[in-house]
Design a protein around this ligand. Structure first.
Ligand code: G1P
Length: 273
C-alpha cells in the first residue's frame, strides 16, 4: 500500500480573495505550504506515491515538489547549506503524479480519476482542507484498523450539532474503544435529519472495490458525485469502519480554521502569540 490520493481541484471559495490566483493548498501554515504537511503525513504513514487530482491553475502545487537545482545552487553559493538541503528534500518526498479532474463533478468523481493509477491496491485519500496535528499520523492510526480487518476505514470526529450540515455524517455502532461499524452515511444533512454528530473527516483508507461503486453512483448532494454516497453502499454491505482518531483537526479551508492552525503550529515551534 503506497498510493495516496490528494484531491486538490477545488476553487477554495471560502478563502477568496486570498485564493484568487494562488491554490489554497499553497497558503502557508507557519513556514511551509499547507500541502507540505499533508504530504508529509502520508509519507510518515508509508504512502509514498503522491497522486494529485488537479485542475487548471493548480500547477504550482506540482511545481512545489519539483527539483530546483538552480535555486539550490544559489543558496549553496550564499552559504545557506541547510536551506538548500531543505529545498532538495522537498523534491524527494515521494513519487509525484497528477491527473486532471477536467470538470468539477464532486469528490467522488475526483477519487474515480485515480482509478488507473491506483490499480488493484488499497489506497488512501487525504483532503488537504483537514489539517491535523497529532502525535501519530492519523493515517497510521487508521492503518492499524485496516490491517486487522481488511475493511475500508474513514476518520471520524464528533462535531457540534450545528455543524453537522457541513460534513458527511454517519450512523454506526461502536465495536471497540475508537472503532465503529458504520451502518449508513449521509452527505451534509440538515440538523434535524442527521443520524448523529459523528462526522467523516478527510482521511480515508479505501480498497479498489470503491471504483465500480463510484462509476455507478449518481449525482447526489449539490448535483455532485459524492464519495459519501459510494461509501454508503460499502456500509450497507457491512464493509465500512470508522475510527475516532487522536489529534487536533483544523478546517484550513476557512479563514478561522486557517489562522487557528497557524497559531497552533507556531505554539508548537515555541512562538508565543
Ligand atoms: C468533504 C466530504 C464530507 C466530509 C468532509 C471532511 O466535504 O464530502 O463528507 O465530511 O470533506 O472535511 P467538503 O468539505 O470537501 O465539502
Amino acid at each position: 500500500m503506497r498510493k495516496a490520493v490528494f484531491p486538490v481541484a477545488g476553487y477554495g471559495t471560502r478563502m477568496l480573495p486570498a485564493t484568487k490566483s494562488i491554490p489554497k493548498e499553497l497558503l502557508p501554515i507557519f513556514d511551509r505550504p499547507a500541502i507540505h504537511y499533508t504530504v508529509e503525513e502520508a509519507l510518515k504513514s508509508g504512502f509514498d506515491w503522491i497522486i494529485f487530482i488537479t485542475a487548471k491553475g493548480k500547477e504550482p502545487i506540482i511545481n512545489y515538489f519539483d527539483r530546483e537545482t538552480e535555486l539550490e545552487n544559489i543558496l549553496r553559493t550564499k552559504g545557506e547549506k541547510e536551506l538548500a538541503e531543505l529545498i532538495r528534500s522537498i523534491s524527494e518526498m515521494g513519487e509525484v503524479l497528477s491527473v486532471r479532474q477536467g470538470i468539477p463533478k464532486g469528490l467522488g468523481h475526483a477519487v474515480l480519476k485515480a482509478k488507473e493509477i491506483v490499480g488493484s491496491e488499497p489506497f488512501s485519500v487525504l483532503l488537504p482542507d483537514d489539517f491535523i496535528i497529532s502525535e501519530k499520523p492519523v493515517l497510521s492510526q487508521m492503518m492499524e484498523v485496516f490491517l486487522k480487518t481488511g475493511k475500508a476505514v474513514v476518520a471520524l470526529e464528533q462535531v457540534k450539532r450545528d455543524r453537522v450540515s457541513a460534513y458527511g455524517i454517519v450512523k454506526g455502532k461502536k465495536i471497540k474503544e475508537k472503532t465503529y461499524k458504520i451502518d449508513s452515511l449521509v452527505e451534509k444533512p440538515p440538523i434535524r435529519e442527521a443520524p448523529s454528530n459523528l462526522a467523516v473527516i478527510g482521511r480515508y483508507i479505501l480498497t479498489p472495490e470503491i471504483f465500480p461503486v463510484l462509476e455507478k453512483t449518481p449525482p447526489g448532494r449539490d448535483k455532485e458525485i459524492q464519495l459519501t454516497d459510494a461509501l454508503n453502499y460499502l456500509a450497507k454491505e457491512g464493509n465500512l469502519l470508522g475510527y475516532r482518531f487522536e489529534g487536533k483537526r483544523f478546517d484550513i479551508g476557512s479563514p478561522e480554521g486557517f489562522i487557528r492552525a497557524n497559531i497552533a503550529l507556531a505554539g508548537k515551534r515555541g512562538i508565543e502569540i
